[in-house]
Design a protein around this ligand. Structure first.
Ligand SMILES: Nc1ncnc2c1ncn2[C@@H]1O[C@H](COP(=O)(O)OP(=O)(O)OP(=O)(O)O)[C@@H](O)[C@H]1O
Ligand SMILES: NCC(=O)N[C@@H]1O[C@H](COP(=O)([O-])[O-])[C@@H](O)[C@H]1O
Ligand SMILES: [Mg+2]
Length: 393
């Protein structure tokens, strides 16, 4: 059963997904807005075009006639996915899920209002005055984000009324597409945050991976680890919420469901990705019987997943570029990082250019069950710090 998969978005997550797909003999056409994207380096074919352009998207679908469309980023003309789904193409996990999650308003209202999940208090703002008003009602500090953005783009913490104007401008600049609307949220003083990778299957029960702890800076992921100790009642509550929201969005695949945990207030639903999650790259360290990309693929193809087992603790830490470069940068220090520890792996994504703060690689590492997870995190972070992204000669 060879299927043709059209991958919309070809970054690091798509690259690992493509590798998993090829290991099962599938055909992948990797798409993105730039040539030489990570997944294109391992796919059967590539298409470079603006996926926000509905006509261009339709032309590529017409040309390749895929069996399955797998969105990997959010910058896609997602309304068109309903048409493709109606025409008999499998959209992963479903056109509804991709549409709802690309806009914070749709998913937040579904979670908080329809499903009654606990979230940070929030308001929307379409003008600077509305934002001022909303921030006053929420109180300070509060968090401002574009309705359409990811990886922390356009996100800022507003500490006092004097910060609101900057947050408005920064949010509008970081906004994807043509929507100029922001969400302002109560700042949650959480004790920790987790991603609960959740797998929905066409035939078979919804499964959960062991929770992944992570640390973010400026709204972007820096390190993740599996699996932190969390209160059993918090885990149960997070699983209940994850099942509710993925069930309401419908479809088969792996989802990254994000939660804030507070000793005092319990579990808050934050948001979710209807696809493998960046913090889930820790599963590349062999923490589970199947990594998040293999799980996504199996769920998509309808290959049964009897269970997900936790094999050993793991950690990941990102390698960011401190420089901007129009061509592929150089990587220094991989040898040093590798020599220090045989249970670490350096993954360079092979992005053809760099900008300041762009994620260019990741270090993943593991240790034996029962190990000191904090020590493992330190080792992996130290190794990632050894690898330096530099301007090409
Ligand atoms: N209301 C909040 N209170 C406290 N911290 C928050 C809040 N909202 C977001 N954050 C912090 O910012 C991080 C990123 O937020 P969020 O997941 O909403 O952004 P994103 O742009 O969708 O990121 P990604 O696409 O990487 O998931 C969160 O993981 C959390 O650390
Ligand atoms: N939080 C979402 C996320 O991590 N997405 C991953 O980053 C890539 C974009 O990277 P780029 O901005 O460096 O091109 C996406 O293609 C995806 O693999
Ligand atoms: Mg997030």
């Amino acid at each position: 059963m060879t299927k043709k998969i059209l991958l919309l978005g070809s970054g690091e997550l798509g690259k690992e997904f493509t590798i998993a797909a090829q290991r099962l003999g599938q055909t992948v056409v990797a798409c993105d807005a730039y040539a030489g994207a990570p997944a294109m380096q391992v796919a059967d074919a590539a298409e470079v075009f603006d996926m926000l352009d509905g006509a261009a998207l339709e032309a590529v679908v017409e040309r390749h006639r895929p069996d399955i469309i797998v969105p990997e980023i959010e910058a896609i003309r997602t309304e068109r996915l309903y048409d493709f789904e109606r025409a008999g193409i499998q959209v992963v996990p479903s056109a509804r899920a991709v549409n709802f999650t690309m806009n914070r308003k749709a998913i937040r209202d579904l979670a908080a209002k329809e499903l009654g999940l606990r979230t940070a208090r929030y308001f929307y703002a379409r003008t600077l005055d509305e934002l001022r008003d909303a921030a006053d009602r929420i109180g300070y500090p509060c968090v401002v984000k574009p309705l359409m953005s990811s990886s922390g783009k356009g996100q800022s913490v507003v500490k006092s009324p004097g910060d609101v104007e900057h947050a408005w401008r920064y949010g509008c600049e970081g906004s994807r597409g043509d929507i100029r609307e922001l969400i302002v949220e109560e700042f949650i003083r959480f004790d920790s945050e987790i991603t609960l990778l959740t797998v929905t299957q066409r035939h078979g029960p919804t499964l959960f991976c062991p929770p992944i702890g992570h640390v973010q800076q400026g709204g972007d992921y820096r390190e993740s680890f599996q699996s932190p100790r969390i209160a059993p009642e918090h885990l149960q509550e997070a699983q209940r919420m994850a099942a509710a929201v993925t069930g309401a969005l419908t479809g088969a695949g792996l989802w990254g469901v994000e939660f804030f945990l507070s000793h005092e207030h319990g579990v808050y639903f934050s948001e979710l990705s209807p696809r493998p999650h960046d913090t889930g790259m820790v599963t590349l360290a062999g923490t589970q019987n199947l990594n998040e990309f293999e799980l996504h693929l199996r769920a998509v193809l309808g290959i049964p997943i009897p269970e997900i087992t936790f094999e050993r603790p793991g950690a990941s830490a990102v390698i960011l570029s401190p420089v901007a470069s129009a061509s592929a940068p150089r990587y220094e220090g991989i040898e040093r990082a590798a020599a220090a520890d045989a249970r670490l792996d350096v993954r360079i994504f092979g992005k053809p250019s760099a900008r300041e703060g762009r994620r260019m690689g990741v270090v993943v590492g593991y240790d034996a069950p029962g190990c000191d997870l904090e020590a493992l995190r330190r080792r992996v972070k130290a190794a990632a710090a050894e690898v330096r992204v530099e301007l090409p000669e």
